[in-house]
Design a protein. Structure first.
Length: 335
């Protein structure tokens, strides 16, 4: 009789353990969500941050507002580092990128657990240019939004694409374990500060009124991609002055073709510069291809458009003053 009761007790206990395990597993699956919009992905990730001899328990779930997310993302800037760096500050996230990220980030924070960070994988999509990847982890602690980057505008190589397909890409990185990057540096703006000892980790005071209001862009900060990507009103203005009369459509088509050729030349040089900064190519490789493009890459363009193109390349830091003057003299001899 005692044996029968013991077996029943074991059976009941085993059933309870199984139910609890299944409940925990299902709950974990529900909370560890992935949110996507095209190539952009936002997902939960178990994250261990140690402070004061213990792990932080994040202020999650957290109700983010659209204005806060938009303001924060639009106020993150960086500068390039390396041999062929640009001197200007650049936004990390583009407008269309922010528009896609906002609802995903809001949803992810609303159901995250106190041990889960919010992982963000996004891409800066630009016409005529290769996409560049941003990768960061976010979490809220004591009303401060922490944003930790390991990749900013990283050119996607074939190896990167293959690694992501195999699940061993950026998602395997832990940005909190690194101190910074040799290719870029973040530039804290109002209400932002570096986590001590880290140049890749921003701590943002999202309770500040500046982050609660509708966001306004700082027009003095450049967008990655220069004229060809996000200063379209200026560039289109140049073309509109040449469009008119009975042959307006034909002239507009011709100018559009010129713009595309210009963009392709600049695109190649921008990609080459990124590869040099990533250590994939040498400076000599860049100079070789640059010389070939200046010599043969613009032969199908009118001379006046070649003058404009080399001026743009010089302003972008893609060619030197010496390169510009040499090509200018060649064009003057042909003029």
């Amino acid at each position: 009789m005692n044996t029968t009761h013991f077996k029943k007790a074991i059976l009941v206990f085993s059933s309870i353990v199984c139910i609890l395990f299944l409940s925990f597993y299902i709950t974990s699956e529900i909370l560890a969500e992935t949110y996507e919009d095209g190539k952009i992905t936002v997902r939960h990730r178990e994250l261990s941050i140690k402070k004061n001899r213990g792990n932080i328990r994040f202020s999650h779930p957290y109700e983010m507002t659209a204005d806060v997310v938009r303001n924060v993302l639009s106020q993150i800037y960086f500068k390039e580092k390396g041999l062929l760096k640009k001197d200007e500050s650049v936004h990390v996230f583009q407008d269309d990128e922010i528009g896609k990220l906002m609802p995903l980030i809001i949803q992810a924070f609303s159901v995250a657990t106190p041990t889960q960070g919010v992982e963000v994988v996004s891409y800066s999509e630009r016409p005529f240019f290769g996409d560049k990847q941003n990768y960061c982890i976010m979490f809220v602690n004591e009303n401060r939004l922490n944003i930790v980057f390991s990749r900013i505008h990283k050119f996607q190589t074939y190896s990167d694409l293959m690694a992501e397909k195999k699940g061993s890409g950026a998602a395997k990185e832990d940005p909190t374990k690194i101190k910074g990057s040799r290719f870029w540096t973040l530039l804290p703006s109002y209400g932002q500060a570096f986590e001590p000892g880290h140049k890749n980790w921003l701590v943002v005071n999202i309770s500040d009124e500046a982050y609660q209001k509708p966001e306004k862009r700082n027009s003095n900060i450049a967008w990655e991609g220069g004229d060809d990507s996000y200063n379209q009103p200026q560039r289109s203005g140049r073309f509109e002055r040449n469009v008119g009369g009975s042959s307006g459509y034909q002239q507009m088509t011709s100018q559009a073709n010129i713009a595309q050729r210009e963009s392709k030349i600049k695109s190649k040089l921008l990609i080459l510069r990124e590869l040099v900064n990533d250590g994939i190519l040498l400076r000599e490789d860049y100079d070789y291809k640059k010389t070939m493009l200046l010599k043969n890459g613009m032969n199908d363009m009118e001379i006046k458009d070649q003058f404009r193109e080399i001026k743009d390349l010089l302003e972008e830091g893609l060619i030197t003053e010496e390169d510009h003057n040499k090509k200018k003299k060649e064009l003057l001899d042909l003029f």
